[in-house]
Design a protein around this ligand. Structure first.
Ligand SMILES: Nc1nc2c(c(=O)[nH]1)N[C@H]1C(S)=C(S)[C@@H](COP(=O)(O)O)O[C@H]1N2
Ligand SMILES: [Mo]
Length: 198
């Protein structure tokens, strides 16, 4: 099928913008392995650790004083729904990494409740990943990861850890929860990296 780019309207992005095997959803499905683990902002903290010990911790108040960005991104769940043009407010991980030694090849991201997911550092830097705390102009709801979640929209959405609490730099790649349970280690939706051997 041919789509003339000039004729693409807001509601006609399907053919060109959907990764293989995905379909559009207008809702916002909730996918979690268990109950929501939203931490009150009074006790919420985000910490970056390395094998040299805890490197940096930000309280909610400290995090909210950092420069924020409005992000518009398409999101793709491995269960085949995609949502185009979602809007978020968040803090780029580049901001958090400014005064941290980031000379590590991988990170293991962790969440309140124990969820983990692994990413190469190259996918968390360079304007590709955020700590998101607003969706569609409103505070992130608990079921979608509030008060804050990781947002890495260029990879399948399981990499976007809800109720995020921090990350650890690692020298070797340490698979996270879904990566140990049959999902692909990297998860590029455009290459359909859904399962371990895809
Ligand atoms: N902490 C945590 N983060 C998580 C999950 C989870 O179970 N726990 N599920 C992942 C999966 S598989 C997907 S598709 C998205 C779903 O996000 P949503 O519920 O906001 O749509 O969150 C990801 N982040
Ligand atoms: Mo998912």
């Amino acid at each position: 099928m041919t789509v003339t780019r000039g004729f693409r309207g807001r509601h006609d992005r399907r053919a060109v913008d959907l990764p293989p095997g995905q379909h559009l959803t207008t809702g916002f499905p909730v996918l979690s392995t268990g109950p929501a683990h939203n931490e009150p902002t009074s006790s919420w903290a985000f910490s970056i650790a390395s094998d040299a010990g805890v490197t940096r911790t930000w309280s909610w108040a400290q995090m909210m004083r950092l420069p924020t960005e409005r992000i518009t991104a398409d999101i793709h769940c491995v269960t085949r729904w995609s949502k185009l043009g979602t809007t978020w407010t968040g803090i780029s991980l580049d901001v958090l990494f400014e005064d941290v030694d980031v000379r590590y090849p991988y990170a293991l991201v962790r969440s309140y409740g124990g969820y983990t997911t692994n990413l190469p550092m190259a996918d968390l830097t360079g304007g590709k990943a955020w700590i998101a705390y607003e969706f569609d102009g409103r505070p992130l709801t608990p079921e979608h990861g509030g008060p804050a979640r990781l947002l890495v929209p260029h990879l399948y959405f399981w990499k976007s850890a809800k109720w995020v609490s921090g990350l650890s730099f690692t020298t070797t790649d340490q698979p996270g929860f879904w990566e140990r349970h049959g999902y692909h280690n990297y998860g590029d939706p455009w290459r359909e990296q859904r399962h371990t051997d895809d």
